[in-house]
Design a protein around this ligand. Structure first.
Ligand SMILES: Nc1ncnc2c1ncn2[C@@H]1O[C@H](COP(=O)(O)OP(=O)(O)OP(=O)(O)O)[C@@H](O)[C@H]1O
Ligand SMILES: [Mg+2]
Length: 255
């Protein structure tokens, strides 16, 4: 469904050209959830931005099955880390959900909006609220509804739960898991947290300094069968947090 080959993304900065992503390659099968993990600045968001067409590709290629330049805007949707910043503060939920329908020339707004809210577990009465009248978790549900309302084939999730309390994180992750199962969506999930990734993903790529250092099945991550020292240090770094997360998500605490 998604194929990324030797992708390099280059930015012009005051200090000259910087490769934010260097020679990254991976593929994601239709209906698979793939994880991207790595320290801050390693290039995770840049890969998602390139996939959604927000950032140009300098070298290499990326391919999304069936999507061309014109349909990519609808087929590939993104959910961002910060549900405060990503929703327009002066738009009601209704306006927020109506906008992508209008842009993509999709009809039947009323039914789709009510349906989208129900799918993310929000009562239709939330339609006329503004973002400041919602909790962080409710905002992220609205952001997910906004992404799904155009029926994309690929959902890119950039740290969708890291701004939320652990218990709310668990709710949102369970919601994403259910949506993935119901819709057979292809997803890429970016997270600092291996426990979060392990809950949803079947495979992960570990990134560092713009490069993919290792690709692992989630079973290898669980068994701590990692090759690079860096992946091992990431596993250890999530250790302090993992029990709390494992309890909240009901996942394997050994992760
Ligand atoms: N528009 C831009 N112009 C210049 N440099 C950029 C731009 N966007 C990102 N970068 C740089 O590219 C590198 C990778 O950034 P990116 O946002 O992809 O990292 P990340 O892995 O998502 O980090 P985080 O976990 O903190 O979100 C960083 O060094 C960043 O400063
Ligand atoms: Mg990022």
């Amino acid at each position: 469904m998604i194929r990324v080959d030797a992708l390099t993304v280059r930015f012009r900065t005051a200090a000259g050209l910087v490769d934010a992503v260097r020679g990254a390659s991976f593929h994601v099968a239709a209906g698979e959830v793939f994880g991207l993990v790595g320290e801050s600045g390693s290039g995770k968001s840049t890969i998602l931005r390139a996939l959604s067409g927000l950032t140009p590709v300098a070298e290499g290629s990326l391919h999304i099955a069936g999507a061309d330049r014109d349909t990519r805007r609808r087929d590939v949707q993104m959910v961002f880390q910060d549900p405060y910043g990503s929703l327009h503060p002066r738009f009601t939920v209704d306006q927020t959900l109506r906008e992508p329908l209008r842009i993509n020339r999709i009809g039947d707004h009323e039914a789709r909006i009510v349906n989208a809210l129900r799918e993310v577990g929000l009562n239709p009465s939330f339609r006329f609220r503004y973002p400041h009248q919602l909790s962080g978790g409710q905002r992220q549900r609205v952001a997910i509804a906004r992404a799904l309302i155009v029926e994309p084939r690929v959902l890119l999730l950039d740290e969708p739960t890291s701004a939320l309390d652990v218990s709310v994180q668990a709710e949102i992750l369970n919601l994403l898991k259910r949506l993935h199962q119901e819709r057979n969506l292809t997803m890429i999930l970016v997270s600092h947290n291996l426990a979060v990734v392990g809950f949803l993903c079947s495979r992960v790529a570990i990134m560092r300094n713009g490069e993919i250092v290792e690709k692992l099945s989630i079973e290898s991550v669980r068994a701590q069968q990692v090759e690079s020292e860096y992946s091992r240090s990431l596993l250890l770094a999530t250790g302090g947090y993992r029990r709390k997360v494992a309890e909240a998500f009901g996942v394997d605490a050994s992760l």
